[in-house]
Ligand binder design. Structure first.
Ligand SMILES: [Zn+2]
Length: 494
């Protein structure tokens, strides 16, 4: 997952409307002689720096062909259905994830990718078990809840304790042990963007445990939904007892806050059957479209194959892996083979461990210098608006001339997506699976969407394929295919 943007409602774009756009684009397109898919001969001009006009002149025709043909396809959507409806959610250590690994290998091969393989990775295995969270005082009511990933269970007996509700870590610390010990802490922090709010899910349980809390309930990190809890990983601190923790809906967190605020006794019962088991075998799945002239140089694209154990892991991140694959399958279908290799990677265990991300970096350390660009798609499949490019090697670093020059070229490449409104290049971007290789100097980027509703579905039972618009899916395929093809084919690497 990653933070998204706000914008127009993608559901207003109908398939028919996009077909019209595709047809208009096809007719409106002025093809330069010899440039529709054929590679111009290298001459002195092509060795000049690749400014936007150069890129448009060289690749405008082929980009439009990739786009107009991608918009009308159905193969990618069928693959997404196989993954979401046929296999379903895919938590690390589950049989479903391993079925998905086998399916991915098979599907990459069927799609014509080369060098398809599963690269073994050991992943953590956390199992949810049965869970029941109830209000027991001042009245009895079931509260829809999802244990946080990695949480310890309560054991066979329910944990029943009085509730104290806080709206910030400051408030928690002010209450201190006197106000918190022996209680269940409810973090009733209203959603203020994922990046800001997620810290209460990640760190809240241990912060509460340091003051003697016996359990934690966290208001879901998402906008108000339909009384929907959002799961996600917590991070236990080493210097605090591990207490059971679950996410509850924003509605119920607010209610507990109101009840506790009246000063009358409020009591909750938590029974969580979750537990951690020994690591299990999984794999990153890799497939390639080998480069025509520089096959050792790699443009990477991918997302994560694992998901939380709710919904279907459709927006997060089944759509990301399938559009990554389909973008390359589409180039293959069109007979387009760029100079460099395009490598598709389905990372395992993004959600609760990042073992796949680290294993990829370690296994491919020797060739990271040959990674020209890594693109992650893990922000859902709402309408794409462009790409994000990380202009510096680390959070605290300054952008260097090398990064600025790459951004300038990438801006020219992304400009080829103007006909589908996906031509913005923003600073930032990347993703959790490719972040480890960023510090090795690999340029990282991500596809960006309008981000209107993603966090309503994120990590919930509602993350199902019906939340994805098939037209938007194809626009992602088109946008990725153009950027991958051109970056992999530019005369000079980024
Ligand atoms: Zn994700």
């Amino acid at each position: 997952m990653k933070a998204g943007r706000r914008g127009t409602d993608p559901s207003s774009t109908t398939r028919a409307a996009w077909i019209v756009i595709a047809v208009l684009a096809a007719f409106g397109f002025q093809e330069a002689p010899g440039q529709n898919g054929s590679r111009p001969v290298d001459g002195p001009a092509s060795r000049a720096s690749a400014h936007a006009e150069d890129i448009a002149a060289r690749y405008g025709g082929v980009a439009q062909r990739i786009i107009t043909t991608a918009i009308l396809r159905n193969e990618g959507w069928e693959k997404l259905q196989e993954l979401c409806d046929g296999i379903g959610h895919r938590l690390s250590g589950s049989p479903a994830l391993e079925r998905a690994v086998a399916w991915s290998v098979e599907t990459m091969k069927k799609s014509g990718l080369e060098n398809v393989r599963a690269e073994k990775v050991m992943v953590p295995c956390w199992v949810r078990g049965e869970e029941l969270v109830e209000l027991v005082e001042p009245r009895s009511a079931r509260l829809p809840a999802l244990a946080l990933g990695g949480s310890v269970g309560t054991g066979p007996d329910a944990l029943v304790a009085p509730v104290v509700a806080v709206r910030s870590f400051d408030e928690l610390d002010q209450l201190g042990e006197a106000g918190v010990k022996g209680k269940i802490v409810v973090f009733n922090v209203p959603y203020d963007g994922y990046g800001k709010t997620v810290q209460f899910r990640s760190n809240g349980p241990s912060r509460a445990a340091k003051h003697g809390a016996v359990g934690a309930l966290v208001r879901s990190a998402g906008p108000s939904g339909l009384r929907t809890p959002h799961t996600g990983a917590l991070r236990y601190a080493d210097d605090a007892p591990k207490i059971p923790a679950a996410a509850i809906s924003s509605e119920d967190a607010a209610m507990l806050g109101r009840l506790a605020g009246k000063g009358e006794p409020v009591k909750v019962s938590m029974k969580l059957g979750c537990e951690s088991r020994p690591d299990a075998e999984s794999a990153n799945v890799v497939g390639e479209l080998l480069g025509a002239t520089n096959p050792d140089e790699i443009v990477l694209v991918g997302g994560h194959l694992d998901s939380w154990d709710v919904g279907q892991g459709a927006q997060d991140d089944g759509g990301g892996v399938v559009t990554s694959l389909e973008a390359v399958a589409h180039l293959k279908r069109l007979g387009l083979r760029p100079r460099r290799t395009i490598r598709v990677v389905f990372f395992t265990n993004e959600e609760n461990g990042l073992r796949g991300a680290h294993a990829y970096r370690e296994r491919h350390l020797a060739e990271l210098g040959k990674h020209v660009l890594a693109i992650e798609t893990d922000g859902g499949l709402e309408k794409p608006i462009g790409f994000g490019f990380q202009e510096k090697p680390a959070r605290d670093a300054d952008p260097t001339p090398r990064y600025r020059a790459a951004a300038e070229k990438l801006r020219g490449v992304v400009g080829l997506l103007a006909s589908i409104g996906a031509d913005s290049l923003s600073a930032g971007g990347g993703g959790a699976d490719i972040d480890p290789m960023r510090k090795d100097g690999v340029f990282v980027a991500s596809i960006e969407t309008v981000g209107t509703r993603y966090f309503e579905w994120h990590h919930t039972e509602a993350d199902t394929i019906d939340k994805i618009d098939p037209t938007s899916f194809n626009l992602h395929v088109a946008a990725l295919a153009v950027v991958l093809y051109v970056v992999a084919d530019l005369p000079e690497r980024l």
